[in-house]
Design a binder for this molecule. Sequence first.
Ligand code: SF4
Length: 378
Amino acid sequence: MKQHTSYGDPARFVTHIHVAQDCLDLPYTQEIIARAKLPVTVVPERGVPAIAGEYPFNLTAGKHHLLLCRNRGTFFKPCPGTREYRCCDYQVLNIGMNCPMDCVYCILQAYLNNPWLSFFVNIEDLFHELDQGLDSEPDRFFRIGTGEFTDSLAIDSLTNLSSRLVEYMAKRPNAVLELKSKSVNIENLEGLDHRGRTLVAWSLNSGPIMEREEIRTATLEERLAAAKQCAQWGYRLAFHFDPIIYHEGWEEGYKATIDRLFQVVPAESIAWISLGALRYLPPLKQIAADRFPASRFFYEEFIDGLDGKRRYFRGQRVEMYKVILERLRLYAHPRTCMYFCMENDTIWREVFGFAPEEYGGIPAMLDRSVGWEPKSPT
Ligand code: SF4
């Protein structure tokens, strides 16, 4: 398979650090500044970096700028799934916003108000909130991810948040953390006593999509080599075929990626694999057209979903899911949980042959794949 050239660490794209005045003296801020060796500008408390250009064109320039600031909202909250589709009951740990990579389909382009990257340095508050959340329901199992509003590892060479999170999670019996990335910044994960409480996950796609539509991301071979390395360090893995995109040669493209995945990565190390066809907020099409005029995949036919997002017609989604699932089932370990991110029971039955409720629901299916069995009522 043809591979795009390796970009290396996407954190290299960050060329300037801005620090909110009220965070300047925090030891963690000083640690990041010392490690980054980049020019630093102090902005007033609640101030913002000055980025030239109009939205959405300033999104590219914005990715050169990293603002270290305080999270004034909540760190830990449920993933905003919608009632209309089956979701997996995931908890989001909000470590920052935006990312130095640049995927044409990235929903953050339509979602965030700011073009720059933000990273929250008041991590004592983050851990305090986690303590409160996890202690408040000791019999509940939490699957937590940091990859909702950013990429979990994209700037980890600057922040080294991952090792702190892994060490924290190792002490928590009722939760796992999923670090989801399109980078291969795994150096900080080596040698940690993770006790199986952290999973490392990669988004995968058909070769042409990774090559053309995911700028500054790691190549397929890099992602798989990093996954294999993490498996050797004892981490469980996860993979996300999301967004599945219709394009010329999609069938061969997805099959080739799946074949390669199981050639490189041990099947028994994979806890879960999700599938999700492209869905997007309507304004994203124009933003992507302005920023990436050569991209064509938004010009297929879509319908408006019940959640306000556009998605492929049902027949097309089912066709793509069936091809991908059939290939995955050739190799996948029986304990690996395969599931849809945001689909309805009709699609589940058509593709998987069952509805999640028959197995206790998606959350229970995922919890079991990492060894958690809910206590039976007494
Ligand atoms: S890696 Fe994720 S967060 Fe970063 S641009 Fe791509 S989709 Fe967006």
